[in-house]
Design a protein around this ligand. Structure first.
Ligand code: DER
Length: 234
């Protein structure tokens, strides 16, 4: 099975948790896209109705509109029944790294308002500890003096051999989030020990808007692997 087929299996399994009448958080990324597609299909078939979607990015908003999924926002629905979204890393305590798609702020806002957050991943996302994979830990920062903020972040994790890099858009410019901010990516050589301490320290830096560690947020993780589906509950 390809990675995308595994993502689709996990996504379709998560959509089995969706009931008519629910207000749903619609996640962002290639795994969440399969879930949004499936929700659109069930609505079209009349197997689901009275669904309201709250998108976690402009990209998901546009995709949901193309599928005819009715949309709203947190101002109108401050409490959300169910979130379905992917992740970049999942540790054994269901802590996540998210945000390599650049949507971490809206994801964290919406998923933080959900009664249930079902995270959907293929097995390649499972890690023993967050931050040790050598892949990016994204931090959303204001554009004003972003380098000053990036240096503070790099220095905060200097004992972890951290390198801070400004995420670019592939055209030599800085990537700009849906909220008009930049993303500084932190690359660590060692895993992060105390995640809560790290989270609090990052958020104390004034130029930081939010980071991609989603601690104690997912209530269920659905993992699709070569040997089948595993469902982990908090
Ligand atoms: O950017 C994000 O938060 C995405 O949800 C990401 O974590 C997972 O993206 P993928 O489903 O394309 O791997």
């Amino acid at each position: 099975l390809t990675q995308d087929e595994l993502k689709k299996i996990a996504a379709y399994k998560a959509v089995e948790f969706v009931e008519s009448g629910m207000v749903l958080c619609l996640g962002t990324g290639s795994t969440a896209k399969h879930a949004v597609d499936r929700i659109g299909e069930l609505l079209r078939q009349g197997k689901l109705n009275n669904i309201i979607g709250i998108p976690t990015s402009k990209q998901t908003q546009e995709h949901a509109i193309s599928l005819g999924i009715p949309l709203s926002d947190l101002d109108s629905h401050p409490t959300v029944d169910l979130a379905i979204d992917g992740a970049d890393e999942v540790d054994p305590h269901l802590n996540l790294v998210k945000g390599r798609g650049g949507s971490l702020l809206r994801e964290k806002m919406v998923e933080g308002a959900c009664k249930k957050f079902v995270c959907i991943v293929d097995e390649s996302k499972l890690v023993k500890h967050l931050g040790g994979s050598g892949l990016a830990l994204p931090v959303e920062v204001v554009p004003f003096c972003w380098k000053f903020t990036a240096d503070k972040l790099q220095n905060l994790f200097k004992d972890w051999g951290c390198i801070a890099r400004l995420r670019n858009d592939g055209k030599g410019e800085a990537f700009v989030t849906d909220n008009g901010n930049y993303i500084v990516e932190l690359y660590m050589e060692k895993e992060i020990g105390d995640l809560q301490v790290a989270s609090d320290a990052v958020l104390r830096i004034a130029g930081v808007v939010e980071h991609g560690m989603f601690l104690d947020m997912a209530t269920t993780v659905i993992v699709a692997g070569e040997l089948g589906i595993t469902i982990k509950n908090k």
